[in-house]
Every structure is written in structure tokens, then in C-alpha cells.
Design a binder for this molecule. Sequence first.
Ligand SMILES: Nc1nc2c(ncn2[C@@H]2O[C@H](COP(=O)(O)OP(=O)(O)OP(=O)(O)O)[C@@H](O)[C@H]2O)c(=O)[nH]1
Ligand SMILES: [Mg+2]
Length: 357
Amino acid sequence: MKIAVVGLTNSGKTTIYNILTGMKIEATPYSDVSLHKKSVGIAKVIDSRIDYLDSIYDPKKKTYADVEFMDTPALFEKSSTALQDIKNSDALVLVVRGFENDEVLSTNAAIDPVSDINSVEAEMLLADLMVVENRISRIDEQIKKSGRKELLPEKKLFEKLKALLEEGKLLRECDFSDEENKLLSGFQLVSFKPVLVVVNTDENRIGDTEYEDGILDVFKNRSNLDIVFIPGDIEMEIKELDSDDAAEFMKDYGLTESGLDTVIRKSFELLGLICFFTVGKDEVRSWSIPKGITIQSAAGVIHSDLEKGFIRAEVTGYMNFHKFGNMPAVKEAGLQQLEGKEYIVRDGDIVNVRFNV
Ligand SMILES: Nc1nc2c(ncn2[C@@H]2O[C@H](COP(=O)(O)OP(=O)(O)OP(=O)(O)O)[C@@H](O)[C@H]2O)c(=O)[nH]1
Ligand SMILES: [Mg+2]
């Protein structure tokens, strides 16, 4: 599962990607579509629940869940591979430029996050419309040539998509049946991908809620469009300081640590993932799984033997554990369940798998 960091030329994609993943790809004041090497990095999903479990179990190691991000070249530039990168990813962080900097070229003359979001979405609609139209004509040809009637449901779906796109509807905001959703996820349509918008704000705008509300307001009636504000340049500088200096610097700017962690957590959620935990003296660990899977499949994420030889699992909801602070007390209160293989894992379950191979 991977998230592509996308956006227009010089919006600060590489800067935001670097902050999220701790990588050090050069951010340049010119557009570097041709120079660009794709890069993939990992961000930890900081989770106070893991910190709490760590404080109780005092293990040798604590491990957060993580999210994979990919830096991409600018969208809609000649020879950019960004659209292909999007197709190969599961969700998008769309970086839009909110900072002023005369030395940095920008796609549009004015620095205007609202209009950049709109223009990126419009281009995505067009890109999908092209794919959908091509698909329809190819299906028509196949039906004509070999009478492949089994393609008719697909044709029907694609005609629905065409109508929606022509009305200006992004596919991620439309309702589809489970069956349609399944079919659609195979087609890599870009406006179908979940999106988190990061406005790369100017340092002068830090804490300027009027400015932020002005932007949020424009999109407030849109489903599935979450917008966060991150001052990319400043966050980058902070990353390079040691922790005391960083704390001081952040205080000066009125920044809280949570900005980046919020982006990472929301990105994790975009992927439709939840976490469950394992605890012990060796390690306290968060594991990520798709929402809605059974405990037996989830056990396979830890190790294939646990899935194959699955017998039962002891399951404790995190909140119940937190109430007592130790497992024996939770058990005593009857708040630990013994679950069979069909149990659907909930976010925050503390799990101990009994297995036999
Ligand atoms: N003042 C200011 N400059 C920034 C900020 N974020 C990025 N920049 C500068 O803008 C330029 C472009 O930043 P990048 O992170 O390379 O942008 P990009 O979107 O990856 O650019 P391309 O990949 O070339 O499209 C660099 O010179 C950055 O230093 C910001 O928040 N404030
Ligand atoms: Mg870049």
C-alpha cells in the first residue's frame, strides 16, 4: 500500500515528502520533471496507544505502524510520469502551494490554493474521461467483432462513469455498489483515489485561522476531501535541528508537533487501514490491516504460521486495557474475549494468537 505525493510544479511535493519520511531528496526552485527519480520512503504512524502500552510493558522494542510515501514529478507537465505514479498508488497526498517565494517558479501566476485544487481536480477528471471513453470504444469493438456479451455489464458501468465525469463529478465522491467498486479498483482511475490535501503554507500564515477557514469553507460541502495546513519550509528546518532547538523554534512559531503526525495518521486512514496491537516483554507492536478482515487473516500479517495453525485469539479492546493497566485485572473483570477465526478485528484490539503448527 502506497501513497503518492502529487501536485503542480514547485508546490513543495519533495519538501513535504522529505518531512514525512525523513528522506533528503533535493528540493529545487525549478521544475525537475526530467531529472526526477522516483523515491519511496516510510513514515511512522505515531500512536499514543503504543506509547502507553510501551510504558506498561517496558519492552526491548516498540514498533509503530508505518505508511509508505512516494515522491512524484509535477502533474500535467510534459514527460511527467506523475499520472502513471498515481495509477500505481492506493491514495494521494495532494500538495498545493500556499507559500510566496519570487525565486520559485509557479504554474499559476497567483498563489492561490483554492484555484490549484480546482485545476488539479479538473485535470484529473479529464484524464479519467479519456480513459473511460477509450475503454468504451474498445469494448464496443470487441462486442462487434466477437459478440462478447459478457462485456455488457462493464460497458454499462463505463457509460455511467462517463456521464458522471461529464457532469464534473470526481469518482471518489460518487456512490457505487460493492460490485462496481470492485470492478473500478482494477481500472486505476485517478479521480477514484482517496485524497488528502496538504496546503504548503507560507510561514506568515502559521496559525492564521481566518486564512485556513477561508479555504476550508470553499470545500465544506464536498465529501471525502480533507484539507490540512503545513508550513513546509519551516517544518524542514525544524527537522534539521536537535530536539531542544527544535522545541524552542516551534514555540517561537506557535507550532505543535501534531501537524505532520496528523498528515501521516490521515494518510494511513485514507488507505482504509486499521491497527491491532501485540504486547510482550520483547516488543510492543502495532500491525496494520485492511478494515473488515478476520482475526485469522490478521494473524497471517504477524506470521504465516499463526494463520495456518490458528486456534483462537485472546482479544482485549485497548480502552478496556487502559482502564485497568494490566492484563490480569482485565481478565478478572471479564473484559478479555476468546475469539474464533471468524472474529472481525477492530481498531485498537490487543491480540494474542493461540496457534499450533
Ligand atoms: N518559502 C517557501 N519555499 C518553499 C516551501 N516549500 C518549498 N519551497 C521551495 O520551493 C521550491 C520547490 O520545492 P520542492 O519541494 O522541490 O517542490 P516540488 O513540488 O517537489 O517541485 P517539482 O518536483 O519540481 O515540481 C524549493 O526551492 C523549496 O525550497 C515553503 O513552504 N516556503
Ligand atoms: Mg519534486
